[in-house]
Write a new protein. Structure first.
Length: 586
């Protein structure tokens, strides 16, 4: 423990093994240190310390017994000799011997110790819980042949593309059989035709439920092959876990008590009034039969872990019982500490934070709806500083299959660039829903909606990955920069800097040892040229303000910044953002 002054102390210890660690804090009155400190003062004042040495001898006598009980025979014998010398009064200055002090400290008198209870815990996750790049795609839309349902084998063929973009997590929406009762059609219409594939989140049918694979996607052997092929490329497969069912799921027939029954004899379907989702039945976590339900749902995770999946994106966890998540994640992490759970919970802040505290490794954020300089600054300062940063890891997405923000609908390519660069550099973990993102999909279902027109949630799409205007080159470059620069691999040490233009956002991230500093400047205006004078907070970066070399990580080249603050200019269509490494000038 190191003193901070004013009766405050601090201690730290490294935890480099994944899993749950317990620790506590113990405090006691250290009579030996008190006696030794006072002896120094008495000796310096020239006082007679004969009696004080006898008091010290008594303290050492007690330590002899403690050392013997600890099995430290050598310490016990040496301390016994010291006790005799102190009692003789012939070793006043010798009582301050460092060797004696070290042996006494090894066997302190903790008879009246006070220990923090209950025991404290810290959970250590794999590195990719802190730093990873996610790519979401619908397997059924991966067929190279228009009109054919994609397969898991098609996804294996897509791995070269995903890995080439620099992503290390491939996230798949539900891959299970889809119900036919109340199946939704294109653009979320309530009726469907015989060829409409349905919504992947309406899980379950005659072919099985949450541990089955949609027959048009392939077999469990195909899935195993996908996980193996992805792993060979350094990509982890993440699965969507949605604890809800279609009316055709086997659970509805086999376990009717797991669902809420309405007075008219029907099962309660999902609702967000006035919206109705008759194709989805939620589980009743307050069912009298809750224990078998909880164990069955936990076993679904176990099943997929058995097939090589370590990462799970959990759909709407805030609509399920929090004690269930605390129990389930706790059980799973004890057996599989490498498992990671991402909470898809676009809900109230305290609810999102509570999910993190009950065990979720990461969480979606409000980034999508933070569009102005001040709100972006305030939000990421909240996420990256205590107390929030101590328990909450953000996973930042500029788009999802459910969310096409108005800025992307109207901002054109430049806004896609800006939102992507911010997501990838503000947060250590981020993701995109592709290929919709890199191919600039931006048309909403109707004005004022955040739903995509012709959304993949309701139909199969064919994507032209060779489209010449794709954002793929930018994505590839930024992911390379993230891999090469430790500063971008953590959410710590994020600092926003002054730049005199409300449309320009400037911030740095720095590695723990200070050897890597990355500055990002982004224009939030997709239409007009923006320029501003940048004023770096050099004290936060430990850089000499008059001697800085800025290396452009996107376009190449270097600049030397002297005593004058640098001028940054960004022009839509030419340069929407700059990513610079800052280093001291030699």
């Amino acid at each position: 423990m190191e003193p901070l002054g004013n009766d405050r102390w601090r201690a730290s210890f490294p935890v480099d093994a994944i899993g749950r660690h317990e620790y506590t804090v113990a405090a006691w009155t250290d009579h030996w240190v008190t006696w030794r400190t006072d002896l120094v003062k008495r000796l310096d004042a020239g006082q007679d310390v004969t009696v004080d040495l006898k008091i010290g001898a008594n303290l050492v006598d007690h330590a002899v017994r403690r050392a013997a009980a600890d099995g430290a025979t050598e310490d016990a014998e040496e301390l016994e000799r010291w006790a005799a010398r102190l009692r003789e009064g012939t070793a006043a200055r010798g009582a301050l011997d460092e060797n004696l002090d070290a042996r006494m400290r090894r066997h302190p008198d903790r008879e009246h110790v006070t220990i923090v209870e209950p025991t404290l815990e810290v959970v250590v996750d794999p590195v990719h819980a802190r730093f990873s790049s996610w790519y979401e795609l619908f397997p059924r839309s991966t067929s190279p042949k228009p009109g054919r349902h994609g397969t898991l084998r098609d996804v294996i063929d897509r791995l070269a593309y995903v890995g080439g973009l620099g992503f290390d997590v491939l996230y798949l929406p539900p891959i299970h059989p889809i119900g036919t009762t109340f199946r939704k059609g294109p653009n979320n219409v309530t009726s469907s035709g015989p060829d409409d594939p349905g919504v992947p989140w309406a899980i379950g049918g005659p072919d099985g439920g949450h541990t089955a694979i949609h027959p048009d996607l392939g077999s469990i052997e195909d899935f195993d092959a996908l996980v193996e092929a992805a792993s060979a490329r350094g990509i982890r497969v993440a699965l969507d876990i949605a604890f809800q069912v279609s009316p055709d799921h086997p659970f509805v027939r086999e376990h009717p008590t797991w669902f809420r029954q309405r007075p008219d004899g029907t099962v309660q379907y999902a609702e967000n009034p006035p919206k109705k989702y008759q194709d989805i039945y939620p589980f009743d976590f307050e069912s009298e039969d809750w224990q078998p339900l909880w164990h069955e749902l936990c076993s679904i995770f176990e099943f997929w872990i058995g097939h090589g999946v370590e990462i799970f994106r959990v759909d709407n966890p805030h609509t399920k019982a929090f004690p269930f998540w605390e129990w389930t994640i706790g059980e799973l992490k004890r057996a599989h500490p490498e498992a990671i759970f991402l909470a898809e919970a676009f809900t109230r802040p305290k609810v999102m934070y509570r999910l993190a505290k009950v065990g979720f490794s990461q969480s979606y954020t409000y980034f999508t709806w933070r569009t102005h300089k001040q709100e972006l600054t305030e939000y990421f300062q909240e996420l990256t500083h205590p107390p929030v940063s101590e328990f909450f890891r953000p996973n930042v997405w500029p788009n999802t299959p459910d969310i096409l923000h108005e800025t992307l609908q109207t901002g054109g390519r430049s806004m896609f660039e800006a939102r992507f660069v911010m997501a990838a550099t503000l947060a250590a973990t981020y993701g995109i829903y592709g290929p919709a993102f890199e191919l600039l999909e931006h048309i909403p279902r109707e004005p004022g909606s955040e739903e995509y027109l012709n959304s993949e949630k309701y139909e199969i799409r064919t994507w032209d990955l060779e489209w010449p205007d794709s954002l793929a080159p930018l994505i590839r470059d930024v992911n390379r920069i993230r891999r090469e620069h430790p500063a971008l691999q953590t959410n710590e040490r994020l600092v926003f800097h002054d730049i005199d233009n409300d449309a320009l956002l400037a911030y740095t991230k720095q590695s723990a040892d200070g050897s890597d500093t990355v500055l990002t400047v982004v224009s939030l205006d997709p239409r007009a040229r923006r320029a501003g004078t940048l004023r770096l907070h050099h004290g936060a970066l430990d850089l000499d303000p008059g001697r800085v070399v800025a290396t452009d990580l996107l376009e190449g080249g270097t600049e030397r910044w002297g005593a004058e603050d640098p001028r940054i200019e960004l022009v839509p269509g030419k340069r929407q953002a700059r990513i610079l490494q800052l280093a001291p000038a030699r």
